[in-house]
Design a protein around this ligand. Sequence first.
Ligand SMILES: Cc1cc2nc3c(=O)[nH]c(=O)nc-3n(C[C@H](O)[C@H](O)[C@H](O)COP(=O)(O)OP(=O)(O)OC[C@H]3O[C@@H](n4cnc5c(N)ncnc54)[C@H](O)[C@@H]3O)c2cc1C
Length: 413
Amino acid sequence: MAAKPGLVIVGACHAGVQLAVSAREAGWQEPITLIGEEEALPYQRPPLSKEFLLGKMPEESLPLRAEAFYEGHGIDLRLGSRARAIDRAAKRLSLEDGTRLDYAKLALTTGARVRRLSLPGAEAEGVFYLRSLADSQALAAAAESAGSVAVVGGGFIGLEIAAALASLGKQVTVLEAAERLMGRAVGPEVSDFYAKQHRARGVAVKLACALDRIELDAKGRVAGVVTSDGRIEADLLVIGVGVLPNGELAAEAGLDCPNGIAVDRCARTADPDIFAAGDCALHPNAWAGGGDGGMIRLESVQNAADQARAAAANLTGGETPYESVPWFWTNQFDLKMQMVGLSGGHDRRVLRGSPEEAKFSVFYFKGERLLAIDSINRPADHIAGRKLLTADLSPSPDQAADPDFALKSLVNN
Ligand SMILES: Cc1cc2nc3c(=O)[nH]c(=O)nc-3n(C[C@H](O)[C@H](O)[C@H](O)COP(=O)(O)OP(=O)(O)OC[C@H]3O[C@@H](n4cnc5c(N)ncnc54)[C@H](O)[C@@H]3O)c2cc1C
């Protein structure tokens, strides 16, 4: 048991590491213990479906911080260690190995896990999900000898994996149940552009296509899939159909956990000594609900880092709200999309630039108010968009549509 109860953080990735770092920066003097169930030194997750999967980023470049950093900042990093239960009355956390840790403050940064399919064959050899370093390494190793790959799910991760494996020379088929790609996050112009770009690079994109059955060979390995569109040969099947928040620890301790751990704008749960941040946290966000605000769970590095910063600032009774404008990115082939704001609830879309030249942005408006911008290979629009949305400024739809209009002039005025 720690000599003195300090800050205990469960989950050692983008949110957990940032929370530990920011707590120290904010002057937290007591012990900090960071518990992570994975064995690897806390690492960046985004490259796992991009540069790392492509073999363009070595494993040594993945860690968020060097090992010495934790020691140097008095952060007791305990890897390969899983938290099992919270005793809120005693302010004590139990780990799977029987260790018990008393805490003054507890932060839950437990993230999310992949949603698994319940179809027969969904756990067979040759079926992959991608969340962890180990998942990415296993997929990369299996892909070496594979000729064909079926990817279930045309969201960000499914498409990034499809792009990486197609770039490595695999015959890739993407199966998307909805009518368009990335449909929950982007407008039809962006979906159609990506479908075209993937197809132009040899990826078979099947929309409105349901996975009916997984076929296995005599050895029980994946051999293909049967879809609403027919049969597809596949040596590997990759499933990217979303994630579920890891909220069980909180729920079992009696905290509200409808779709993630409910927190207020200061990243506090209903228990004043327990905070939550990152993919696991259901939080009030001013950008949700078409800009009117609402409870939302976001799955992005920006959200994990900024919400963790707010949590750290509030450990000792602060009132710093988490109110950063959301942003996100996805890299597929040579296409870099940057997104800022949340487009849900928009009633008008304005195109700026040229999809034919693979350089354009889509501006999402509700009435005259700008809600979000998706920029493909137009980083200046994204940067201006972050400033505009942070300052709650909107270009008019005509200004947004005019590629010669300097968006940043609105911010500088
Ligand atoms: C392949 C991939 C690509 C991505 N690409 C992008 C991108 O391009 N841009 C972007 O913004 N975001 C991207 N994301 C999303 C981004 O990585 C997540 O939003 C971010 O990792 C969230 O950080 P987190 O710390 O909240 O949760 P996580 O990263 O999920 O970390 C939570 C950690 O807690 C651990 N844990 C859970 N329960 C326990 C327990 N009981 N005891 C101990 N440890 C526990 C988990 O093992 C995990 O290590 C990507 C994600 C993936 C998987």
